[in-house]
Design a protein around this ligand. Structure first.
Ligand code: GAP
Length: 434
């Protein structure tokens, strides 16, 4: 069995409270997932790390948060109403449904073995909804299929108020929805997901330079997230793969157990989106260039990553099974900065004042990092539980602590233990976490 198979990850996620099937008590809803206590902590840390790297640490990028529901004309202008389709085929015999570009129509259906396909039909991936209490007469709009359009329609507002000069970026993080025909591989392709998107506005002509810059930056970000660099690559799109709005695109890909797959697209969108909104809204979408005193429509390089795909990548990349003293140890070797719990604290026994000392240590650690107190079961079992949850450090309080104020600090990956003073726990953690 492939140790890194997605099934192992799904079962660990459920066991440790990272991810649950959505509406599980009603039998679940296909390809939708809920983040549990550890999952939501880790997801938040990934989002914070992206926001810091892309927005807070840069002078020339600002953030925003647009509504999910947007004026329906947005999606006509963006080209999603007419172009955001996947080709769909059905097996007439067993009614299985596939993306036509994912199956060989000269071969039989892999579910029932019969070869009786419908003609391919185009299927729009946007979720339609109606605004207003009466469905029939309500105004039809869509759940956004990308967060990017919220940025484009606010270009003039954000540029005007933030007084940014080209080149500059607007970033947004939030939910997107696509009525995917085929989903699967756990969090990899779902109908509801989160995106981390940056639209970087530039002088037309600087597209290639900017695309190159952002490809390097973004690949590097995934490496800084602790993902094995040998399993990451940049792949240029072939011409026939390009989305309707882009003229060049690179994907950051990861080598999953199911093959190399996209984590993020970095695309040259040119002036497509601002041109379209200019035309459809009748409102000028322009930038006044103080150097030339001319109004221009900036070009755009976009970086668009999926939060849930990044989360899945971190889990797959961190998942290890090891033999330790003839026993199997499952451990998530997550980078400490995204581990749900940074440090677990264990009193060796539930008496002699050890739980009280441990609680005090937990409180201290919580001033800076996430911490967890656990006094249930043998110390070995408690270590194993935290190894599975990806907790990089464990502090054990024992009887020596009551004598000399020292504790043991255990490293998740090496399992090495050192004895340090209680007063130095925070500084020791700080020096180990970059
Ligand atoms: N604004 C450009 C855009 O949306 P995309 O390549 O369609 O480009 C960007 O999507 C990223 O969003 C993908 O690289 C992926 O990480 C994530 N994504 C897209 N569809 C997804 C889905 N159905 N489930 C999970 N993540 C998805």
């Amino acid at each position: 069995m492939d140790l890194k198979s997605i099934e192992n990850i799904v079962s660990l996620c459920k066991r440790r409270g990272f991810i649950f099937q959505s509406s599980e008590i009603y039998g679940g809803l296909g390809s939708t997932w809920d983040y549990g206590p550890y999952g939501v902590e880790m997801k938040q840390k990934i989002k914070d790390f992206w926001w810091h790297d892309v927005v807070t640490s840069r002078e020339n990028v600002v953030g925003m948060d647009a509504a999910i529901l947007m004026h329906p004309k947005t999606w006509e202008a963006s080209g999603h109403v007419s172009n955001f389709h996947d080709p769909l085929v059905d097996c007439k015999n067993c009614k299985a449904r596939y993306r036509a570009d994912h199956v060989d129509l000269n071969k039989p259906c892999e579910r029932c073995g019969k070869k009786d396909w419908t003609e391919p039909r185009q299927f729009n991936l946007m979720f339609k909804t109606a605004i207003g209490p009466v469905e029939d007469s309500g105004e039809i709009t869509y759940l956004r299929p990308e967060t990017a359009q919220g940025i484009f329609v606010n270009f003039m507002n954000v540029q005007g108020t933030s007084r940014q000069k080209l080149p500059f970026g607007i970033a947004q993080l939030g939910k997107a929805f696509r009525n995917e025909i085929t989903t699967g591989n756990f969090l990899f392709r779902t109908r509801e997901f989160e995106q981390m998107e940056l639209e970087f506005f530039i002088y037309p002509g600087e597209n290639e330079k900017s695309l190159d810059y952002w490809c390097k930056e973004r690949l590097n970000w995934f490496k800084k997230l602790g993902i094995n660099p040998e399993k990451l690559r940049l792949r240029p799109h072939d011409k026939d793969e390009l989305a309707h709005y882009s003229t060049a695109c690179f994907d950051v890909e990861y080598e999953f157990p199911f093959g190399w797959s996209e984590l993020e697209g970095i695309a040259d969108r040119g002036t497509f989106d601002l041109d379209q909104h200019n035309e459809y809204s009748g409102k000028k979408q322009q930038y006044f260039d103080p150097q030339t005193n001319e109004r221009i429509i900036p070009a755009v390089v976009e970086s668009s990553a999926g939060v849930d795909r990044t989360f899945l990548t971190c889990l797959v990349d961190a998942y290890c099974e090891e033999e330790v003293r003839d026993e199997k140890r499952i451990v998530l070797k997550l980078d400490p900065k995204i581990a749900p719990i940074t440090c677990a604290v264990f009193p060796l026994v539930k008496k002699d004042g050890l739980p009280e000392i441990s609680q005090k240590i937990v409180e201290d650690i919580r001033t800076k990092y996430s911490a967890f107190f656990d006094q249930g079961g043998s110390i070995g079992r408690r270590y194993r539980r935290q190894d599975e949850a990806g907790t990089p450090y464990g502090v054990t309080v024992d009887h020596q602590t009551t004598e000399d104020g020292t504790v043991t600090l255990r490293d998740r990956d090496t399992m090495d233990q050192v004895r340090i003073s209680t007063d130095n726990i925070l500084s020791e953690l700080q020096s180990r976490i970059q």
